[in-house]
Design a binder for this molecule. Structure first.
Ligand code: ZN
Length: 476
């Protein structure tokens, strides 16, 4: 045996010892930051054809590219499925509050399940991964997790120790306060009512974790997302911040019906969340009071007002719809309780990921070519039972290759594609999300703007598709 043979044996033996076997992960314990990365890496190695592993980056105020938290950790993401035009992008974010750890473990276990399920030919895993692109980030606040687990740090991790990042900032209060801006615009009645944040310099002076996630949100065309927290049992939806004139009141967004349906997609999959008899006891939940949340959902502002949170930033800055889920009563449960949290939330995770196929999607072309990213705007009117038309004052725009995706509730809608220099085109669609879920696809509705010379030029009248006859009232 020569030296090189010997070194191969050492290397291969080393691999056997070090590699994480994802079939044999102990789920009744917590995983530290190193273990989280090792599991993501092992899933990526086991399922290389359907996963990619990356971490987030941003540019600081000096223009330097950064990719670390204050303590030098990275925000790792494992993406399932390939990026293809028209395929919706979904994200899970866990552990934003470092001591709220259930989401972190659920996302990790979900990653392993999707990979092994796909490899074993499980049809559900194949559909979840094959029909959407799923981005899984187990921890947005790895520094907070370390602080929560540092015996020398003051406080209790079952309360708030480790909630903040290492600079003592609550990351869910560190995003631009776009609610305040939208409330001003609503009062003025002028709009715009969406895409309210643009960072022309690409530089960011907030907390590194916030900057990285903001860039992630703004540069991907996410359709749907959830931010997983702990300490109560409820799916919380925008707006999170109270309107200035009505503190503690329900603060509905233009997509209130849709957000309720999305939140219900989650809560209805978790009986312990959906059924109000299972209120959280005193250890960090609702202090033993009867569960105040009907069917396990709540409007954020109605519960308690949060300014500068992440879910409203998603909604008001991008095409992404995000809810915030409180997964269970304990922020930091003992490891042996984690399997129960998994069983309680497993179906809800599947339901919610599947909701990325709600609504409609399609391609917008202009004079025969796909429009550029952001170049066409999709506006939506809900058509009421009496035929009246109710505008939803929140638009999405096109992503790469002219593709858009608009989540919608069930029912009839008039959907209009708008691009500069072309007459807008309106089509009427009946949405049945049950059918969408059976097909694992949103309904496909393409728009061809400036398709003929008569429709070219600004100020041309709206072209209304024959599908709207008898649905839209005169003059619409
Ligand atoms: Zn939290």
């Amino acid at each position: 045996m020569n030296l090189s043979d010997f070194s191969i044996i050492i290397l291969s033996f080393g691999c056997v010892v070090l590699a994480t076997d994802i079939d044999k992960i102990e789920w009744g314990k917590h995983h530290d930051n190193k273990e989280v990365f090792e599991i993501l890496e092992a899933v990526n190695k086991r399922c290389p054809d359907i996963t990619s592993l990356y971490h987030l980056k941003y540019r600081d105020t000096s223009g330097n590219e950064r990719d670390e938290t204050p303590r030098g950790n990275k925000l790792h993401v494992l993406a399932f499925g390939t990026s293809e035009p028209g395929r919706p992008e979904f994200k899970w974010v866990g552990n934003m509050h470092g001591n709220e750890v259930v989401g972190r473990e659920l996302i990790l276990r979900l990653a392993v399940d999707l990979c092994l399920g796909h490899r074993n030919g499980n049809p559900l895993a194949a559909s979840l991964v094959g029909r959407a692109r799923l981005h899984l980030m187990p921890s947005m606040n790895p520094d907070g997790w370390e602080i929560a687990n540092d015996p020398s740090a003051p406080g209790r991790r079952t309360e708030v120790k480790g909630r903040q990042n290492a600079n003592n900032v609550d990351l869910n209060r560190d995003f631009p306060d776009l609610d305040r801006r939208i409330y001003e615009l609503e009062r003025a009645g002028t709009g715009p009512f969406d895409h309210l944040f643009s960072n022309h310099t690409g530089r960011c002076g907030r907390q590194p974790e916030t900057c990285m996630v903001m860039k992630w949100i703004l540069t991907n065309n996410f359709v749907l997302s959830a931010n997983l927290h702990g300490g109560d049992k409820v799916a919380n939806y925008p707006y999170d911040e109270s309107r200035p004139d009505s503190p503690n009141a329900y603060s509905a967004s233009p997509d209130d019906r849709l957000f309720r349906q999305l939140a219900l997609a989650y809560s209805s999959g978790n009986p312990a969340m959906f059924d109000r008899r299972y209120a959280c006891p005193a250890e960090g939940g609702s202090d033993g009071r009867p569960n105040p949340f009907r069917r396990g959902v709540t409007n954020g502002a109605k519960w308690y007002s949060v300014a500068s949170g992440m879910q409203d930033f998603n909604y008001l800055a991008s095409n992404c719809y995000e809810i915030t889920v409180e997964l269970g009563c304990k922020k930091y449960p003992p490891g042996n309780e984690l399997p129960r949290y998994w069983e309680e939330n497993r179906q809800a995770l599947v339901n919610y990921m599947s909701a990325v196929h709600f609504g409609i999607k399609g391609q917008v072309t202009k004079a025969g070519s796909p429009v550029a990213k952001g170049a066409a705007v999709i506006t939506v009117d809900r058509i009421d039972t009496d035929g009246s038309v109710l505008p939803i004052l929140h638009n999405v725009n096109t992503g790469a290759h002219g593709y858009y995706h608009r989540l919608l509730t069930d029912g009839p809608f008039a959907v209009t594609a708008n691009a500069p220099g072309c007459a807008p085109v309106t089509k009427c669609v009946m949405i049945d999300n049950g059918v969408n879920l059976e097909r694992w696809s949103a309904r496909q509705v393409d728009f061809h703007l400036c398709a003929d010379a008569a429709a070219t030029g600004s100020g041309k009248p709206r072209q209304i598709d024959s599908s709207c006859e008898g649905v839209l009232v005169d003059g619409e």
